[in-house]
Design a protein around this ligand. Structure first.
Ligand code: UT7
Length: 331
């Protein structure tokens, strides 16, 4: 049976570091509040003129170099993002042009914080059917231009940062490596608990001066509802993956959770009786980078030598949609 293995991994964050104190200069917040409530100390913001596909391009190049492959070796591109370059066409098309590989298929995945895991699942399915051999899966976000840095937007604006992470999935006949298990969920009844309208396509015209002034262009979040569901669903995902794969907690080298809030991941670890060190984190440095957070964390841990070939990793995410998803990967 053909399986998908991660043949290469890479990430990229823009160079500009924005501290909590920098944000406190823009709105009524403080370093203490942000650290206590989320664990975030700083994040990266891209400069004016940088697109989501530009961050994706850097991460993709790093992943391709790690895989010792060229862009022309790719058969397909999947880009997960909630901050695409434009409303249409998809950001994956822009990434494809920047990579210089015209004519291969491209797909945008719009599943927010779980976008990377959904993207991996789609890529894995294509590879298992034998349709493609090398698929680039990227999570990339450019949040900083769509955050409301006034007091009204402070609950959301302090949490998010820009960045990208990518993997190259490759087909392999090795049976005990690569993507071993995937679980995907959504519950659209909670779609408005964390959403950004920008415009309303049922209105003619879809965008007006009044709608901009009313603030519907900014993300809106019911933080407490998201937090509560995240803890429950992420714990469920870990338990399900262990049961379905017939694994014990000690079989998993690391859980690589989506980085939305340090307190969410600490509560999930506590609820499961896992030691906190089993759950990796880098939210302190990058904030919540949505679809990029898992590949960014995975790449950082890989480069730090935290896991080796043969180690089992459990990727779990929860976010807007609501969507939640997990994947078990043997490195
Ligand atoms: O990627 C997945 C999506 N996102 C998430 O998973 C986020 C989930 N939710 C959360 O992480 C948390 O709910 C937050 C970090 C957003 C908020 O933490 P909280 O402990 O739920 O705080 P809260 O919303 O209850 O707010 C407490 C207080 C409020 O003031 P009052 O009403 O007690 O006077 C807020 O107005 O903190 C105030 N507040 C702030 N104060 C300083 C809200 N945002 C800020 C801020 N700085 N940035």
């Amino acid at each position: 049976m053909t399986r998908s293995v991660i043949a290469g991994i890479g990430s990229y964050v823009p160079p500009r570091v924005v501290s909590n104190d920098d944000l406190a200069g823009l709105m009524a917040t403080s370093d203490e509040w942000i650290r206590m409530r989320s664990g975030i100390e700083e994040r990266r913001f891209a400069d004016e003129g940088v697109y989501c596909s530009d961050l994706a391009l850097e991460a993709a190049r790093n992943a391709l170099a790690d895989a010792h492959l060229e862009p022309t070796d790719l058969d397909f591109i999947i880009l997960a993002t909630l901050s695409p370059d434009h409303h249409f066409p998809g950001a994956a098309c822009f990434l494809q042009a920047k990579l210089g590989v015209p004519s291969i298929g491209c797909l945008d995945v719009r599943n927010q914080c779980t976008g990377f895991i959904y993207g991996l699942a789609v890529g894995d399915a294509f590879i298992r059917t034998g349709m493609y051999r090398h698929i680039l899966v990227v999570g990339s976000e450019l949040h900083s231009s769509a955050l409301n840095f006034s007091d009204e937007g402070r609950d959301v604006a302090v949490l998010f940062g820009d960045g990208a992470g990518a993997v190259v999935l490759a087909s392999s006949m090795e049976q005990d490596r690569g993507v071993l298990y995937t679980e995907l969920h959504a519950d659209g009844r909670f779609a408005k608990a964390l959403h950004m309208d920008v415009w309303n396509i049922s209105r003619k015209p879809y965008l007006t001066h009044e709608s901009i002034d009313s603030g519907e262009i900014w993300p809106q979040m019911d933080g407490k509802t998201v937090f509560k569901h995240a803890v429950i669903r992420m714990a469920e995902l870990v338990t399900n993956a262990l049961n379905q794969c017939n694994l014990q907690p000690e079989d998993i080298k690391y859980v690589i959770p989506h980085q939305a809030n340090m307190r969410i991941n600490q509560l999930v670890a506590e609820r499961l009786g896992f030691g906190q060190t089993k759950f990796l984190s880098n939210i302190q440095k990058y904030g919540n980078t949505t679809a990029a957070s898992i590949p960014l964390l995975l790449d950082e841990a890989y480069r730090a030598g935290k896991f080796q070939r043969g180690d089992l990793l459990l990727l779990v995410a929860f976010g807007s949609g609501f969507t939640w998803a997990s994947t078990v990967v043997r490195w």
